[in-house]
Design a protein around this ligand. Sequence first.
Ligand SMILES: Nc1ncnc2c1ncn2[C@@H]1O[C@H](COP(=O)(O)OP(=O)(O)OP(=O)(O)O)[C@@H](O)[C@H]1O
Ligand SMILES: [Mg+2]
Length: 259
Amino acid sequence: MTVSLSGRGVGHSFGDIAVLDGLDFEVAPGQVLGVVGPSGCGKSTLLELICGLRRPDRGTIAVAGRITERERLARSAWMPQTDCLLPWYTALDNAALALRNLGHSRVEARAEAGRLFDRFGLSGFEHARPDQLSGGMRQRVAFLRTLVSRKDVLLLDEPFASLDAITRAELQEWLLPVLSAENRTVVLVTHDVEEALYLSDTVLALTARPGRPAAMIEAPPGAGPAREHVVTGAGFGRRREELLGLLKRSPEPTAGERG
Ligand SMILES: Nc1ncnc2c1ncn2[C@@H]1O[C@H](COP(=O)(O)OP(=O)(O)OP(=O)(O)O)[C@@H](O)[C@H]1O
Ligand SMILES: [Mg+2]
């Protein structure tokens, strides 16, 4: 089942520091919302608010029309900014962790997660520990762990941030059909404007802290031709320049506002 996700007037502060302000967003079932913005503008905080780990100081966030933290926690899977793989667990046990947390037995959880290893290009690495995996493989294990929980909403925080440009482009190309086949409602946070436009249906650009909406841009369709053809297209280039222009104009927080 796919669900809608929306925010109305969402704002949040840590003590005196306003981090997010006046955010409205709407993600239709099965759509991908990209979120870009300068470092520290509150992107990770926004995901923590959506998945119910925090309660927004102002406004409401609804998943499938339900606004309580409990409902949002039950329906969202969050892939944090660092991969958070347990170093003493194998890739398979790390991937199965979300299912174990949902109460599945170890055998069931491993079988379910293991079924996805091939599709994730991880076959043969089930018993490898995280330090025996490449950066790209670690990210795929972390993503698999997020996906396997079968939650309706996926919240991906900079899933490829730590990777080199080539691995990153490969994983983006790999992720696009996976997201489209999964048909989940997704929020993808990234610093990378190109990544946001390539993987999302709509991109929300935020200002510097406190993150406020600077623009909501429809992304050109990314499915079909290879990534290099999509990102060199004229429509893609125009939107990329528009987003980069918005981010450049976004002022840095003043010394008094800095956290
Ligand atoms: N638990 C917390 N307590 C106090 N301040 C916090 C907390 N979490 C985040 N902040 C502050 O809130 C602001 C936004 O942080 P957040 O991590 O959401 O930004 P971000 O946009 O994800 O940044 P980056 O792009 O660097 O990941 C920062 O100034 C940060 O220091
Ligand atoms: Mg962050």
